[in-house]
Design a protein around this ligand. Structure first.
Ligand code: ADP
Length: 480
């Protein structure tokens, strides 16, 4: 277990990333909203006030023109309306005539004075203007005074409005939003911690399961079905564990079989030697007989070891296959020639039937071993005067080899087991004739290595037929 804190590991951790993501998703939009709301609100408030002032100015303009206020300045109605509006706006309203003289000032400060200000001059060119002073919180709007449908500007209406309400509203909004944001940040933090813990829970479960497997604690079924994806991983892990278990069991079984098989000849030798040593004045003939038996046991032990070695080589050989095109007719003829003496000894006839010349890409040594085992079995498990028939055929894709005999056959319930290591139908008979139970396991593994397959058909008391099918061209990788 690593205890040292590592910053890179910390930031690479799924948990931290989920937490950061949740925080960002909650905090960033909230902060952006709060920050941008102030300036948006201010802009919106100023715009709406400008529109409002311009329309109020236009109403006043009509009354000023109709009352001739610019020339006589004696309309009480207009004076009243200017005062009322000034009060409503908490600001100053000025009426300026075409000589740039202030003829009405609701603050009564500058009446009679001349005003020279860019916005007033622009308004005389028939434009409405507005200025917002953010620092001093006021808005100035100028509206031209003119008759309806006339472009001739006769005066200018200057309207001030105090805008301090914007700051008041903003201050209220900001204090409210700080409280709301703080609550939201805390909620987000809790959510981030909770969700990072929730989403990483399956990983912790997987870790503990793997740790159990590592420590050899039995773990029958892994169930991490928190999410569909983890349920899927669990299922795959279960089948992997299952496979590991099967491999482990078969390894244990194999080791115990091997030790048992190797011990049997040793036990026999020990019994023979002990019985010789336990007797006094043993006749030479008995010595000779026992030594002959011991010699046979040594031979058997050697055969088991050789078969084991071939099998181990087969297991490792998948990567080291020595593939080359081989004339199968010649190869089978050679195998049968080598086995002929054994067949003759058993009075079994060997027949080879070839339907066509066949060339296949194979590892000659390993394939020879596979076919030799089949023919040897055909001879071994036969009767005097019996026969073993080998045939070779092919199509454009596969080569077919049949090894058929007239021997004792295999009981139906054993057919599924004969390719297992150390499996023998009749242990004592097989032992008598020198069987180790490894021959067909070696054959099957050699054929599988060539991506071929083997099938067996047998009728007890009548005979057995092994059907081998092999691709003519070696397939390096199986296409799934
Ligand atoms: P063994 O070394 O005992 O022959 P194999 O793996 O070659 O081992 O065969 C496994 C068992 O299958 C044999 O012990 C035998 O009982 C049975 N068997 C194999 N081939 C034949 C056959 N041609 N006829 C009858 N029985 C057979």
């Amino acid at each position: 277990m690593k205890n040292n804190f590592n910053l890179k590991d910390f930031f690479n951790s799924f948990r931290v990333r989920i937490a950061v993501l949740v925080l960002l998703v909650g905090v960033v939009p909230c902060t952006v909203f709060v920050v941008s709301f102030s300036s948006l609100y201010e802009k919106q408030a100023v715009n709406s006030d400008v529109t409002d002032l311009v329309s109020k100015g236009q109403v006043l303009n009509k009354q000023i023109i109709s009352s001739g206020y610019l020339n006589q300045r004696d309309s009480e109605l207009v004076d009243n309306q200017l005062e009322v509006l000034s009060g409503n706006l908490s600001g100053r309203i000025m009426v300026i005539d075409n000589t740039l003289t202030i003829i009405k000032d609701t603050y009564n400060a500058d009446e009679g004075k001349t005003i020279i200000w860019g916005n007033v001059v622009s308004t005389f060119q028939n434009k409405t203007t507005s200025v917002y002073d953010d620092d001093n919180d006021y808005l100035v709007v100028t509206v031209p005074i003119k008759a309806d449908g006339d472009d001739d500007v006769q005066g200018v209406l200057v309207m001030n409005k105090t805008m301090s309400y914007i700051d008041t509203n903003l201050e209220y909004f900001q204090s409210l939003s700080i409280i709301l944001c703080l609550i939201l940040y805390i909620l987000m933090l809790v959510l981030a911690l909770f969700s990072s813990d929730y989403f990483t829970k399956p990983f912790r479960k997987f870790c503990s399961v793997i740790e159990d497997v590592e420590n050899g604690v039995s773990q029958d079924v892994v169930v991490v079905d928190d999410f569909t994806e983890t349920a899927d991983v669990s299922n795959r892990m279960n089948s992997l564990l299952n496979r590991m278990r099967v491999v482990d069991e078969s390894r244990q079984e194999f080791v115990s079989n091997v030790s048992h098989e190797l011990k049997t000849p040793l036990t026999s030798m020990k019994v023979l030697a002990d019985s010789l040593n336990g007797q006094e004045d043993v006749p030479v003939e008995l010595y000779r007989e026992f030594m002959q038996d011991i010699g046979e046991e040594i031979e058997r032990e050697t055969k088991i070891i050789n078969d084991l070695l071939s099998m181990v080589k087969m297991d490792k050989a998948a990567a080291t296959l020595n593939i080359a095109p081989v004339n199968m007719n010649e190869l089978i003829e050679l195998i049968l020639k080598r086995l002929k003496p054994i067949a003759e000894k058993q009075h079994v006839e060997l027949v080879f039937e070839s339907f066509r010349p066949v060339t296949a890409e194979i590892d000659e040594v390993k394939f020879t071993l596979a076919i030799t085992n089949l023919v040897e079995n055909g001879i071994k498990y036969n009767q005097e005067g019996g026969w073993v028939h080998v045939s070779l055929n092919s199509d454009h894709q596969y080569c077919y080899i049949k090894v058929e005999d007239s021997g004792m056959g295999i009981p139906e319930d054993s057919l599924d087991h004969i390719f297992e290591r150390f499996y023998r139908v009749d242990k004592s008979h097989s032992r008598e004739i020198g069987g180790t139970g490894l021959g067909l396991a070696i054959t099957k593994s050699a054929i599988s290595m060539h991506k071929g397959d083997i099938k067996v058909h047998s009728v007890e008391g009548e005979g057995t037929m092994f059907d081998v099918r092999l691709p003519l061209n070696y397939i390096a990788k199986e296409v799934r």
